[in-house]
Design a protein around this ligand. Structure first.
Ligand SMILES: Nc1ncnc2c1ncn2[C@@H]1O[C@H](COP(=O)(O)OP(=O)(O)OP(=O)(O)O)[C@@H](O)[C@H]1O
Ligand SMILES: [Mg+2]
Length: 261
């Protein structure tokens, strides 16, 4: 298991348990220290609680018990205002990019700036949005199109640009490549790595079914099973483990290619 100093932790999940119905625990004592400045990939079979864990980290779900600290601060102790501010630390890209369909690419990226950076001039906001779109690899000629006029890859880039609008230090991706073809998958994985490298001090958390991606882009990998962390370590730790379930997951991943959702 990887030992991360609490001081070097971007996100600390301390003995989180979660039940929705009062009997069955979806998360059952999760301990996880997500190191600052690194890419951590969370893997695990379907239904093991990966997305539920992510929603706790983002403050969208509250744990039945346990503590989550972001930059050392307990999010349950925060006021509503502090919690809102805390959310702006995160850049989140969900599976389907979740763009606003009736807004142009540019307006999509302007949205968080208009919400949270009201002190900026219109011109400044547009300059920031253009910069984020360019950094995400979208050409200017697409800036005024609607999402429905874009390809899947371009929509991902637009979603990423919007996630980056507020210069987040914490980058979170839930299944960023599930359902994409192999070429697009590699492009999105490369984009995750280049974005991580460009933002100084950024910590990246990716939830993925894709074992190849986990080993290729992850500095660390954490595998969940039945609401617990089965193994948290480097890709090398995973290849050398004796834990039967982890070995099975790896074998399955490498025999069948990236697992399907
Ligand atoms: N809001 C909710 N209410 C009740 N049960 C929920 C809720 N959200 C998730 N669950 C349950 O929690 C369990 C874990 O779900 P979760 O979405 O975290 O799985 P996952 O590991 O992300 O799976 P996948 O790889 O398929 O995305 C599932 O059994 C799911 O039905
Ligand atoms: Mg999920």
């Amino acid at each position: 298991m990887t030992e991360v100093n609490t001081k070097d932790c971007a996100i600390e999940v301390d003995n989180i348990r979660k039940t929705f119905d009062g009997t069955e625990y979806v998360l059952n004592g999760i301990n996880l220290k997500i190191p600052r400045g690194k890419i951590t990939v969370i893997i695990g079979f379907s239904g093991t609680g990966k997305s539920v864990l992510l929603k706790h980290i983002l403050g969208l779900l509250h744990p039945t018990s346990g503590i989550i600290r972001i930059d050392g601060e307990d999010i349950n102790e925060m006021t509503e205002e502090e919690r809102a501010l805390n959310r702006t630390k995160f850049g989140v890209l969900f599976q389907y990019a979740a763009l606003f369909d009736d807004m142009t690419v540019m307006e999509n990226v302007l949205f968080p700036l208009r919400e949270h950076r009201r002190e900026l001039s219109k011109k400044r906001m547009e300059a920031i949005a253009s910069e984020k779109l360019s950094q995400s690899g979208l050409e200017k000629k697409h800036f005024h199109k609607l999402p429905s006029e874009l390809s899947g890859g371009m929509r991902k880039r637009c979603g990423l640009a919007r996630a980056l609008a507020l210069d987040p230090q914490l980058l979170v991706y839930d299944e960023p490549t599930t359902g994409l073809d192999p070429v697009l998958t590699e492009m999105v994985d490369d984009l995750i790595v280049s974005t991580h490298k460009r933002i100084e001090g950024a910590s990246t958390l990716v939830v993925s079914h894709d074992l190849y991606a986990a080993f290729r882009i992850g500095d660390y990998v954490a595998m969940l099973d039945s609401g617990r962390v089965l193994l948290h370590g480097t890709p090398k730790d995973f290849l050398e483990t004796d834990i039967e379930l982890v070995k099975r997951f790896i074998q399955k991943g490498f025999h069948k290619g990236p697992a399907e959702n």
